[in-house]
Design a protein around this ligand. Sequence first.
Ligand code: NDP
Ligand code: MG
Length: 390
Amino acid sequence: MTVTTRPAKKRVVLLGATGSIGESTLRVLRAHPASLELVGVAAHANAEKLFAICREFGVRHVALADESAALAARTAQQIPGHAKLCSGPSGLVELASLPEADIVLVAVVGTAGLAPALAAIAAGKDLALASKEILVLAGEFIMAAARAKGTKILPVDSEHNAVFQCLAGQAVGDVRRVTLTASGGAFRDWPVERLAHATPAEALKHPNWAMGPKITVDSATLANKGLELIEARWLFGLRPDQCHAVIHPQSIVHAVVEFNDGSMLAQLCPPSMTFPIQHALLHPARAPGTDASLDLGRLSALEFRPVDEQRFPLLHLARAAMVTGGAAPAIFNAANEIAVAAFLAGRLPFLGIATVVEKTLERMQPPPPTDLAAVLVADAEARRTAAAQL
Ligand code: NDP
Ligand code: MG
């Protein structure tokens, strides 16, 4: 007699539920109610959207990082009756270690997801990671904590999820290089002279992906690909010289892994984040996709071309920071966050983003990679140094 056991439902905590990755994750959850259950959600300040999610999915554990938004929600008695609201950064940490959770998806923009990610690892949860900034800031420490605890880290960033899939059953020692594809962002076909006048509205018009504002600007500068090279380095234990990027305007091939024998494996899917999110949440199971898959017969072309680093100096700066090591990637990331926020607020021209990052890296001597505390100090100092240039 064959006994078939249905896999248990995975219970998911989603940090950054109101954002772009959050929305794609909710679509995956709606498509797979028999396999996935949402048990906790968190956001920064968007209480209305967070409570709507909480009602739709019957979620009991809710957190708002912004204390005043949480206070306003309590005062206005907006909290759904069945839910318990935690507030402040510690609220996210509490959710990340919920006893009833199996997997925590961190999709908080910037570095606010670091403490919750470390808490999820310490609590023995699987970690699905979209927030690349925290791997750039503290990849060495996150990976060491995950190794020590035996935690599974499942990459959600599409390129890294692609690499993860290509490496299944392969030895990392057999990898020659990993190439991440980049769409080239909003300005890939603009003449370089026009970039000086690029506006936030123009930078936010991404040709292929619908994403949050910070990462969309990072795609236009290619800082995003720089952050992703560093992310790949830590996730897969690669040397900096093994991490590469190439422009691929169609965003269909997400990454290519080349092995020592010259064979290459690639992962393809349409440019929708539901594919990597679903893969990470259901891993190692496969289920019908949330979105329609590719029709190869209708693909007209898959183009690849080298990155022009004159057009995209932030990619070059990120690569140099990765090679320098220590706190340099943290400094790159922090200065970039400050500069992108200033650009979006209309206080810095587009080309000023790279200048602020370059000057911040020059002005700060990266301290040796002693411990996480030293890296966090460098992060804070880089934010001050970058802000002083605005
Ligand atoms: P969005 O700007 O769309 O959403 C950000 C989310 O984070 C919101 O839920 C926001 O809450 C929450 N948030 C912001 N600050 C804090 C804070 N201090 N504490 C708690 N929650 C906070 O971003 P994306 O969804 O685009 O990106 C999220 C992360 O995923 C980023 O690290 C990005 O690099 C990465 N990523 C995104 C991809 C994409 O396709 N969008 C692809 C690959 C990676 P609120 O709404 O209340 O402000
Ligand atoms: Mg990506």
